[in-house]
Write a protein that binds this ligand. Sequence first.
Ligand SMILES: [Fe+2]
Ligand SMILES: [Fe+2]
Length: 408
Amino acid sequence: MKCSWPWRAVCADGVRQAAFCICSDHSNNHADYAGSNRDNDKTTQENTLLMTTLLEQTCASLDMVVFTHTGADRFRPESVLPEWMLGLLGTPHETDGYDLVDAFPFLSCFMDEARSQWQQALSYPVRSGSWIETDLFGREVPLEASALFVNGCEVLILQQLGEKYRAEVTLLQHVRDGLLNQEFLEAEVRKRTGEIRQREEDIALKLISLTSFRDQETGAHVRRIGLYAAAMARALDWSETEVDNIRIAAPMHDIGKIGIPDNILLKPGALNEDEFAIIKQHARIGAEMLSGTDIPVLEMAAGIAWCHHERWDGSGYPRGLAGEQIPVAARITTIVDIYDALIHERVYKRAFDEAEAVAIMRGLSGKNLDPGLLKVFLYLLPVMRRIKDEVREEDEGLQSLALDTGVR
Ligand SMILES: [Fe+2]
Ligand SMILES: [Fe+2]
């Protein structure tokens, strides 16, 4: 009789090879040898016993049962049925096998899927993943099925996952609890960060209002500066925190004017050299007011206040810094401050239209203004125009540094 589904193994001596059939065509396992003595019946029996024992022990230690398909939905066990499987089958031993699809309806779809897989790649092993059955005693039994097709025989292996499954479920629950906890903590951090940010913005508003817009600056101008600068920072791919920082920090660029006497700050005509020297002090005064903390938004604001009159070519004040020696936040603020001053009316000048303003700014590229950042600014002109239209000069009060629409 030919074996249609052999289990092969190398015996302990590493020489003899034994194979026996557990296919549905055979009522008894029999053995065939490729080894030292094919005709030795005694050795044949020993090896058959060895292989049977090996299969039994493997199945027992892995908590699994091997079945072969005998037709229709019936499967015959090829290893001893353990207690947990008897509790699930609930029927006495049946010589022609068990109706496993009736016992485990889940297997109906699983075997259909396995058979369709085998049409593409014969003997392709298919695994079900875990599912739960309830036994005769009401206990939940986690199972996993594997099916393979070997030498014309469908083999179904059912494994009881037991502790391994419970350990995995417990682990998943811990992970889920951890994630929920993490989500909660992240939401708390976001909430607290939002509160801190709002407080920083309130402080900035108070500081700006201290100057009472004593020169020609208006509340609308201050707000627009922050929004223009934030748009630039976003285009430069800054983090959201940094974008928010410059939105709040840039409006404080002229805060040092609080230290300039009215007779100079509000003087209608041209300033003489001494008066201009005093006006220049507002950069240093502003930096001193804002520095000395480790609050990032105030540190940025101090840098902007100190450097917003520096020029790319080094001809600015107060220190004559050039190029990238000037903090990038200050270089951005310089560009947007000039743009906003140009397109709005002041007591000493008319409002230029956008084309005129852009022409003037192009003329300042590489002199007053960082040429690279100016390109970014010009690319963003439609955004700047929208900010200008939304934050109008006549909107006197300064209640917020964000857009009324909530856009920051
Ligand atoms: Fe200034
Ligand atoms: Fe300004």
